[in-house]
Ligand binder design. Structure first.
Ligand SMILES: O=C(O)CCC(=O)C(=O)O
Ligand SMILES: [Fe+2]
Length: 313
């Protein structure tokens, strides 16, 4: 166990003003965001667009989702590894999750809702859609800031246009006597950028660059999110952005719920020439993000740094 996240990780506020590209506060925030991702691979984002009411409603509806019968839940499938429903993993028995592929679109949210609630659940559909839409705006805002801060803003629109999301709902039950307390094994995310929201239960632990593990303490303010970089973002930045190893360990007696929005790119991911010079030679070849996800099949997702094996130079 290490120290807690509130004292270690940068906290960055996002508002109308500093999310407007070109303003002085946007430029200042852009540098803070880039530095945070380079130093920690993650930071806490204060983002009021998701109100406490919306947060509470989304988590209440998420609990209802996990209460559905198993025969309904297993219908949430996807061709992409890890995008559908998952549960009862022998090496991490506590976690159960759903995924909405193309989350942040109304069509996919409707389709998922109708699959889970054939008689309809308008409240879930509307809430999940507005929640994921607001989070996707934060995701775009963060990307624009990082690209801008590297002087690589001209590559941002194409990638953002090609991006899509996995909206993931996770639940971790508490371990029974003699059961392991691992919720998620240590892993580095395979998305470009992820945004995580949680109920007030600790469990997520993140490894810092110096090897120390810190415990993510959910903020009492429900408008605080954890923004965390995945390996593809690290590759795009030619190794500048850090993609931290993290895990979930359930030590208490309360169930943990998480909601995450993770971005993926359809457009080829290419290190900008602005990030390559004599001191920083090219570390990663151009790659297709979805091919990377295919590459992870057959147990390769357990590798320590699969992106290096996939497209490292
Ligand atoms: O539940 C959490 O806090 C972490 C989730 C996570 O790391 C993931 O879905 O990749
Ligand atoms: Fe993760």
């Amino acid at each position: 166990m290490g120290s807690d996240s509130q004292s270690k990780l940068p906290i960055i506020e996002f508002n109308e003003e500093n999310m407007t590209p070109g303003t002085t506060s946007w430029l200042l925030t852009s540098d803070l965001v880039r530095q945070a991702l380079e130093s920690y691979g993650c930071f806490l984002a204060k983002y009021q667009k998701i109100s406490p009411e919306l947060h509470d409603k989304m988590f209440k509806l998420s609990k209802e989702l996990f209460h559905l019968p198993t025969e309904i839940k297993v219908q949430n499938t996807s061709d992409i590894l890890g995008f559908g429903y998952g549960t009862n993993f022998s090496i991490m028995p506590l976690v159960e999750y759903f995924g909405i592929e193309n989350g942040a679109t109304l069509e996919a949210t409707k389709e998922f809702t109708n699959l889970m609630w054939p008689a309809g659940n308008q409240s879930f559909c509307e809430t999940a859609f507005s929640y994921s839409k607001f989070l996707s705006e934060l995701d775009h805002g963060v990307m624009r800031m990082v690209f801008g801060s590297y002087g690589a803003e001209k590559y941002c629109d194409l990638l953002i246009k090609s991006s899509f999301y996995l909206m993931r709902f996770l639940k971790y039950r508490t371990p029974e006597v003699d059961e392991i307390d691992i919720g998620l094994h240590p892993h580095v995310d395979k998305d470009f950028l992820g945004i995580l929201d949680t109920n007030q239960v600790t469990g997520l632990e993140i490894q810092m660059k110096d090897g120390e593990w810190i415990i993510y303490e959910p903020s009492p303010s429900t408008s605080t999110f954890l923004v965390i970089a995945g390996e593809p973002f690290q590759a795009w930045s030619n190794g500048r952005v850090y993609a931290p190893l993290h895990k979930v360990v359930i030590r208490g007696t309360e169930e943990k719920y998480t909601i995450g929005l993770f971005s993926f790119m359809r457009e080829k991911v290419k290190v900008p020439e602005e990030l390559v010079d004599d001191e920083n030679p090219l570390q990663f070849k151009d790659f297709n993000h979805l091919d990377f996800l295919e590459f992870l099949r057959g147990g390769r997702y357990k590798m320590e740094r699969p992106i290096v094996a996939f497209c490292g130079i």
